[in-house]
Design a binder for this molecule. Structure first.
Ligand code: NZQ
Ligand code: ZN
Length: 388
């Protein structure tokens, strides 16, 4: 087992009407608040009015309209400007992962005098950020419990993962009832995203049985409850299990003591979203089976055997490669059963820019260095072609 050093400073408040304590949590942090949200879902579910009511003793400023795959030149820069103009003390992010990711970039940009893009890309070290509190309304990214955010810059086809320990939220409120209104498409995409987060960390070496156990339990939970949540959107137990499981995707817990995790499927998917603005979880569902097949070899087949038997319940008596093949087809069948698109063409991506994207990914994502199975430009291109 590898050494590790781990801390997640975020407070989680989970359950029905968790937000009742919002004002109490906010009071010691600051009075001048920037409320950030997306395209209107929080108004439709009544959460906007609830937050305004709970926050009536605070001075509220607003940044509405944060897009899925949040954009730098609009949302991030607007937010930074508002924070600086109004001496904002704390950001209250209400919405999905996109709103929270954007809020994290704003929080850092607000206390920095230069161009925030330099922080996002790591050109300049992040030395601080405004405190962030969030109410997460879509179970998927785990952004509520991690210190990352993913920001897109359309004009350069960049989608960059910005990770820095200053970006952990101070407190995250998770009320599964707020996810009842997430439609089937985004419920499935959220589950696919969370499953993929776990897989990115499971397929590595060395591993340990504690991490494997966490990972296997999370994927089994997500696979069990996703169909229930899609069939019965207000099934509290299903939504709660999914929300709880998603929370641990990206905060490092699953990779304690294990080998390097290069997050290759994410590296590939970020380019798909950057070039074509597709839904993150859908891109991942499309890439997953092809990535699995590409990394399968005599060296890696043992991991597939553990995955197939412990997660998908495939008989350990079968031959290792048979278990691996069934694991790949099992993941494909599961995503398809949720109604997800399973080819790039279904999400509007044809073969015109595959080479360009493979090059962009190879140059910007570093999927070869330190990876479980290194992927160079031609490998990435082969995976993209297989996914067409
Ligand atoms: O904009 P609004 O109107 O709020 O609608 C959103 C949006 O259209 C809607 N929605 C959110 N909560 C809802 C709801 N609709 C009905 N009821 C609710 N309660 O859902 C749509 C998608 O929202 P979005 O926030 O984009 O989804 P998600 O949470 O999946 O976030 C995706 C973004 O997170 C990044 C992705 O790349 C993508 O940009 N990621 C962030 C990570 C992180 N911070 O750790 C890790 C992930 O791997 C991922 O890369
Ligand atoms: Zn993801």
């Amino acid at each position: 087992m590898n050494n590790f050093d781990y801390q997640t400073p975020t407070r989680l408040i989970f359950g029905r009407d968790a937000v009742a304590g919002l004002a109490e949590v906010m009071k010691p942090i600051g009075r001048r608040v920037l409320l950030t949200y997306g395209g209107g879902s929080i108004k439709r579910i009544g959460l906007y009015d609830r937050v305004k009511d709970l926050m009536k003793d605070f001075e509220l400023f607003e940044l509405p309209g944060i897009e899925p795959n949040p954009k730098y030149t609009t949302s991030v820069l607007d937010g930074v400007r508002i924070c600086k103009e109004h001496d904002i003390e704390v950001i209250l992010s209400v919405g999905g992962g996109s709103v929270l990711d954007c809020s994290k970039a704003i929080a850092a940009g607000a206390v920095y005098d230069g161009e925030p893009w330099d922080l996002i890309t790591g050109k300049v070290p992040t030395r601080g950020a405004l405190p962030i509190v969030d109410i997460i309304t879509l179970a998927a990214t785990g952004s509520e419990y991690d210190c990352g955010g993913v920001i897109s810059r359309t004009e350069t086809n960049d989608k960059v993962a910005y990770i820095d320990r200053h970006l952990f939220p101070v407190c995250s409120f998770l009320d599964p009832t707020y996810t009842f209104t997430v439609n089937a498409k985004h419920t499935a995409a959220g589950v696919a995203d969370a499953i993929n987060h776990v897989m990115e960390q499971y397929f590595t070496a060395p591993t340990n049985s504690v991490s494997d156990g966490f990972c296997e339990t999370l994927i089994k939970t997500l696979m069990k409850y996703a169909p229930k949540a899609i069939e019965t959107p207000d099934d509290y137990e299903a939504r709660a299990e999914i929300m709880y499981a998603c929370t641990f995707g990206c905060n490092g817990l699953l990779a304690l003591g294990t080998g390097n995790t290069v997050w290759q499927m994410h590296g590939i998917e970020h380019a798909l979203s950057a070039y074509y603005d597709i839904t993150h979880g859908e891109g991942l569902a499309i890439i997953t089976p092809h990535w699995m097949r590409y990394i399968l070899s005599d060296r890696t087949v043992g991991r597939f055997v553990k995955f197939g038997t412990n997660v998908l319940g495939i008989s350990p008596d079968e031959a290792p490669y048979a278990i691996a093949e069934k694991s790949i087809s099992g993941m494909y069948a599961f995503f398809k059963s949720l109604g997800m698109p399973m080819t790039l063409r279904e999400v509007g991506i044809d073969d015109k820019r595959l080479e360009e994207m493979a090059h962009h990914i190879a140059v910007n994502e570093g999927l070869d260095t330190g990876a479980y199975v290194p992927l160079g430009e031609q490998d990435i291109l082969a995976i993209l072609k297989a996914a067409l």
